[in-house]
Design a protein around this ligand. Structure first.
Ligand code: BF8
Ligand code: SF4
Length: 645
C-alpha cells in the first residue's frame, strides 16, 4: 500500500512520535472552541440539548414506560406494578428491547435492499458497472447461479434477484448462514434462531410486541437474537458483498482523520450517512476536471471531499477519501464555517443540521425519501441519473464557496494519518505476505492463530459503535483501545469506533509504539497498525466472516476463541441489532451504555446470563471504561485458560 510520509518518519524518536498523537483533551478543546463559534452564530449543539434533556425520564431510561397502545402510556411504579392490560415490567422492557433490535435490522437491511436494486440495474455503460467480478462469480457459485458462458451482467442481475429474495422468501432461512461454523449453524437450528426472510423476522418482531401478544421476556429475547441474525447474516452481509461487487472490495490504503482534513482554501464537500451508492457518485463527480476548473474559476484551490460517520468509512477504504469525524462530530464540521455543502443519505444524521446549516453558508442536501429533514435542500437520488445528480450537488457546493464568511471560519488543525481498508481478504493477504502459508483458495489465518496460541497476541477485540453524550465522546473508545493494545490485544474496528481510533492516531502504523511488545512485533512483522479498520457498521458482517473463518481454521467453535466485542459508546437501534447477532454468534459483548431494560430484573438477567445458556455468550455491562476494559482482558484470559493456552 502507499503510505503517507507521515506514517514512516523514521528519523523521529519514539517519544516525539508518541507526543504527536491527538489526545481526547485536544479533541475536547477543539469542540469547545467550535461551540464558542456556535454561540456567536446563535446556534446550539448536542451538548446544549443534552443538558436540556438530563436527567432523563427514569421510566424511559429503565424501559418500563409503554405506549404500544392508546390505553397508555403506562408506566410501572411502586403503586402500579402493571400497565392497564396487565403487562408487567418484564413484558414492557422486553417488548421495547425487541422493537429496538427489529428497527435496527430493518435499517441495515433496507440499506442493503437499495444496493441490491442498484446491482439489479448494473450495466457496463451506466453509473454502476461491476468492479469486482471475482467476488461476483464466487458468490454466484456459492448460491448455485450458473455463470459459465453468460454475460457477467446477466449473472449480476440474477445474483441481485437472489439477494432480493432473501428479504421476502416464503420458505427457508438466510443463505449466508452457511458462512458460520457448522456448530453455530446446528445450534441456531436447534434453538430456533436461524433467521427466515429478513422482512419476516422484522414483521414477526413487530407482531410479537403488538398489544396483546408476547408478555414473557425469554421469547422476546430469543426473537431479538433471531432478528439480529437476520441483519448480521442477512441485510448487513448482503450489503457488504453487493457493495464490494459494485464498488470494489476495499484494500489497505492511506487516509487522514479529524477536522484538520478540512481545507481553508478549497471547496469543502462533506458526504455523510451510510449508503455508498450515493457517496461513491459524489466522490466520482468531484474528481472530474471540469469541476475542479470551475472551483478554481471561483477562487478556490480545488474541491476537498471528506466523509462523516459510516459514509466516511466507506469512501475512505475504497478511495482514501479523508475522514472528518464520527457521530458527535457532525455539527462541528458545519461549525468550522468552512463547509460548503453537507450531503447526506440515510441514518445517524442529526435533524439539528438543518437549523445549524442555516446559521452558516453551508448547503445541507438530503437525498433519500427515508431521511427527509427540515432546512435541507431535497434532491432525491435516482440510480438512473446518479452521476448527473452528483454533478449538480458538486456544482452547488462549488458555487457556494463565494458565500463563505471568512470571519466565521475556524478549522482546528488536529489530524492524524490512518491506514484504512482491512476486510478479511486484506487481512489474509497481509498474513500470507509474512508466512506464505496459503493453504487453500481462501488463504489461512494460521499465523495469527499461532501468535495467539503462543501468547504473543493475547486475543482480539472487535470495537464497534457510536458516540453517546451519556459518556465523554470518544474517551471510552480511545482509553479502551489504548489499554487493549498495550495488553497485546489486536483490535478490529468499524463505524464510529474506527473513526475515534483514526482521530487519535490509532489507525496509523506508528501506533505500534503504544503497543505491548508482542503486538508491536506482530505489527512490525506483518506491516499493519494495531487497530485494523474493517469499514462501516454494516461491515461488522466482515467481522463475523473473520471470526467464523478463524474458528474453522483453529478447529474450535467461535465461543471458545479469545475474541470479544465491545461497544463502549453505542446509541442506535442498529447497535442493538448488531449486539444481538454478535451474541448469537457466540461472542461476549461488552457494553459501556446500559440497554434500556434496567427496570426489569428478569430482562437484565436474560441479556447478561440467559443468552449464555442459549448461544454461549452474553452482555457484560459497565459504564466505567476502565472497569469495562479490565473485564474484557479478564474475559479474554479466562477463555485462553479454558483453551489451555
Ligand atoms: O452505522 S456507529 S453513530 S454512523 S449507528 Fe451511526 Fe453508530 Fe456511527 Fe454508522 Ni453505526
Ligand atoms: Fe399500557 Fe398494555 Fe397498552 Fe402497553 S400495551 S400501553 S402496558 S395497556
Amino acid at each position: 500500500m502507499a503510505d503517507t510520509p507521515a506514517m514512516y518518519e523514521q528519523h523521529r524518536s519514539k517519544e516525539e512520535i508518541l507526543s504527536g498523537f491527538t489526545t481526547v483533551e485536544q479533541l475536547e478543546a477543539d469542540t469547545a472552541k467550535l461551540r464558542e463559534l456556535a454561540c456567536a452564530a446563535c446556534a446550539e449543539t448536542w451538548a446544549d440539548r443534552s443538558a436540556g434533556q438530563t436527567p432523563h425520564c427514569r421510566f424511559g431510561e429503565e424501559g418500563i414506560c409503554c405506549r404500544i397502545c392508546s390505553m397508555g402510556p403506562c408506566r410501572v411504579t411502586k403503586k402500579a406494578a402493571r400497565g392497564i392490560c396487565g403487562a408487567d415490567e418484564h413484558a414492557i422492557a422486553g417488548r421495547h428491547y425487541l422493537r429496538m433490535a427489529a428497527a435496527g435490522s430493518a435499517a441495515h437491511s433496507d440499506h442493503a435492499r437499495e444496493i441490491a436494486y442498484v446491482l439489479r440495474q448494473a450495466s457496463p455503460t451506466g453509473s454502476f458497472p461491476i468492479r469486482d467480478e471475482e467476488k461476483l462469480l464466487s458468490l454466484a457459485a456459492e448460491w448455485g447461479i450458473p455463470a459459465a458462458g453468460r454475460d457477467i451482467y446477466d449473472v449480476a442481475h440474477e445474483v441481485a434477484e437472489a439477494g432480493l429474495n432473501e428479504f421476502g422468501k416464503p420458505f427457508g432461512t438466510q443463505r449466508f448462514l452457511s458462512r458460520a461454523t457448522r456448530e453455530r449453524q446446528a445450534l441456531w437450528e436447534k434453538e430456533g434462531l436461524a433467521p427466515r426472510a429478513i422482512d419476516r423476522e422484522v414483521s414477526a418482531s413487530l407482531h410479537m410486541t403488538h398489544m396483546g401478544n408476547t408478555a414473557e421476556p425469554e421469547p422476546l429475547v430469543r426473537q431479538s437474537l433471531r432478528v439480529g441474525l437476520a441483519d448480521g447474516y442477512g441485510g448487513s452481509m448482503i450489503s457488504t458483498f453487493f457493495s464490494d461487487i459494485l464498488f470494489g472490495t476495499p484494500t489497505a490504503r492511506a487516509s487522514e482523520a479529524n477536522l484538520g482534513v478540512l481545507e481553508a482554501e478549497m471547496v469543502n464537500l462533506i458526504v455523510h450517512g451510510h449508503d455508498p451508492v450515493f457517496s461513491e457518485m459524489v466522490v466520482l463527480a468531484a474528481e472530474e476536471k471540469e469541476m475542479a476548473d470551475h472551483a478554481k474559476s471561483l477562487g478556490a484551490k480545488g474541491i476537498n471531499v471528506v466523509g462523516l460517520c459510516c459514509t466516511a468509512n466507506e469512501v475512505a477504504m475504497r478511495h482514501g477519501v479523508r475522514m472528518a469525524g464520527n457521530f458527535l462530530q457532525q455539527e462541528n464540521v458545519i461549525l468550522t464555517g468552512a463547509a460548503e455543502a453537507v450531503c447526506v443519505d440515510v441514518q445517524c444524521i442529526f435533524p439539528a443540521l438543518g437549523p445549524l446549516a442555516g446559521c452558516f453558508h453551508t448547503k445541507f442536501i438530503t437525498s433519500s425519501p427515508v431521511a427527509r429533514i427540515p432546512g435541507s435542500i431535497y434532491m432525491p437520488f435516482e440510480p438512473d441519473t446518479a452521476l448527473e445528480q452528483a454533478r449538480a450537488i458538486v456544482k452547488l457546493a462549488v458555487e457556494n464557496f463565494v458565500n463563505r464568511d471568512p470571519a466565521k471560519v475556524f478549522i482546528p488543525s488536529h489530524k492524524q494519518p490512518a491506514a484504512v481498508g482491512y476486510p478479511t481478504e486484506q487481512i489474509i493477504r497481509e498474513l500470507d505476505g509474512v508466512t506464505n502459508s496459503h493453504v487453500d483458495e481462501r488463504g489461512s489465518y494460521m499465523p495469527a492463530i499461532d501468535s495467539i496460541k503462543a501468547g504473543v497476541l493475547r486475543g482480539a477485540v472487535a470495537m464497534v459503535g457510536c458516540n453517546n453524550p451519556k459518556v465523554r465522546p470518544d474517551y471510552s473508545h480511545i482509553e479502551i483501545m489504548k489499554t487493549l493494545i498495550r495488553s497485546d490485544i489486536l483490535i478490529v474496528a468499524t463505524g464510529c469506533a474506527a473513526q475515534a481510533a483514526a482521530k487519535a492516531g490509532l489507525l496509523s502504523k506508528d501506533a505500534k509504539y503504544m503497543c505491548g511488545a508482542g503486538l508491536r512485533r506482530v505489527c512490525e512483522l506483518v506491516g499493519i497498525p494495531p487497530v485494523l479498520h474493517m469499514g462501516a457498521c454494516v461491515d461488522i458482517s466482515r467481522m463475523m466472516l473473520l471470526v467464523n473463518e478463524i474458528a474453522n481454521d483453529w478447529g474450535v467453535d467461535v465461543t471458545r476463541l479469545p475474541i470479544v466485542g465491545c461497544a463502549p459508546e453505542w446509541m442506535s437501534e442498529k447497535a442493538v441489532a448488531i449486539a444481538n447477532y454478535v451474541v448469537a454468534t457466540g461472542i461476549d459483548t461488552y457494553l459501556g451504555i446500559e440497554p434500556q431494560v434496567k427496570g426489569s430484573a428478569e430482562m437484565m438477567r436474560l441479556i447478561t446470563e440467559g443468552t449464555r445458556k442459549i448461544t454461549g455468550a452474553g452482555y457484560i455491562i459497565n459504564t466505567d471504561p476502565h472497569a469495562l476494559v479490565q473485564a474484557m482482558i479478564d474475559g479474554i484470559e479466562q477463555k485462553r485458560a479454558l483453551l489451555g493456552i
